[in-house]
Design a protein around this ligand. Sequence first.
Ligand code: IPM
Ligand code: MG
Length: 347
Amino acid sequence: MKIAVFAGDGIGPEVTHEAVRVLKALHLPGLELIEGDVGAAAYRKHGHPLPQQTLDIARSAGAILFGAVGDFGCDDLERNLRPEQAILGLRKELALFANLRPATVFKGLEDLTTLRPEVAGKIDLLIVRELNGDVYFGEKAIRTLPDGRRQGYDIMSYAEDEVRRIAHVGFRAAMGRRKQLCSVDKANVLETSQLWRDVVLEVARDYPEVELSHMYVDNAAMQLVRNPGQFDVIVTGNLFGDILSDQASMCVGSIGLLASASLSEGTLGLYEPIHGSAPDIAGKGVANPMATILSAAMLLRHSFGLEAEAARIEAAVARALADGFRGGDLGGSDGTVAIGDAVLARL
Ligand code: IPM
Ligand code: MG
């Protein structure tokens, strides 16, 4: 049971440390943890945000626990050397195309969301975000036009097989939940989205039990704060999924609570909190490690089939929250290690 641990930048090392403590406390047979450098930390050490040795570690592991990457100090670097390239590179190199981002409101936190408690309390949704295509990976550059004006461009595209495989993930996820799938696109304007919609409709024939709906992304952004309880599974492209998942995190109270899984066709997966490196609070011991701890739970479930252990971690986090432990992100003052301790005590 080999797990690669890529802590990365900012608060990444602090929150990952707590998740590793939780994993170790489970005394999993054969557990082996191997650390690797990613992000700005890797760039400073090896001259690249995703060095070859890190990729090799990732390929040799059964799963990857990832902290965060990002560092404002690297903003002037060429794009391919910026910290974000570590996570984008891992997603692409390992064909981690399916990003699962669940969002539910923990009991007792209804008052902490920016929505009215009776609205937020109904949130129990899963965003299935495509992770290997879209405008993220299309041709991009800043060029100079003949008249001397600079122009930036990023090409958005999806091939039908890319849409098909993520659509299947969305439908299968819906089958395991409330059997409702909402496909989010911008088909009223974008051809990429028109193809997306056509292919999702084709795939739908394989899942007659799933109730499929389509929603334009602008409307979806609105519905997520108007009536988020209407959603079961949302399937969407890379860019829209990036934006909507941050929004969903605020609806449930804090981005410090949301975990994610990035899956390939096989069992290899990368697991990371959806929050970033939070440079403003890095190194202060105040970051909430719960999203990373919950990511470790997803890791056990999806890459190793350890459902009971995953549920145990999730229950311990829920209990710590119910008992009043709150990071600064939730308006509290419990530090990173104190929250880790609280979760461990409840395991
Ligand atoms: C995320 C992040 C990344 C993304 C960044 C760090 C490249 O925002 O995982 O949501 O845009 O996918
Ligand atoms: Mg994001």
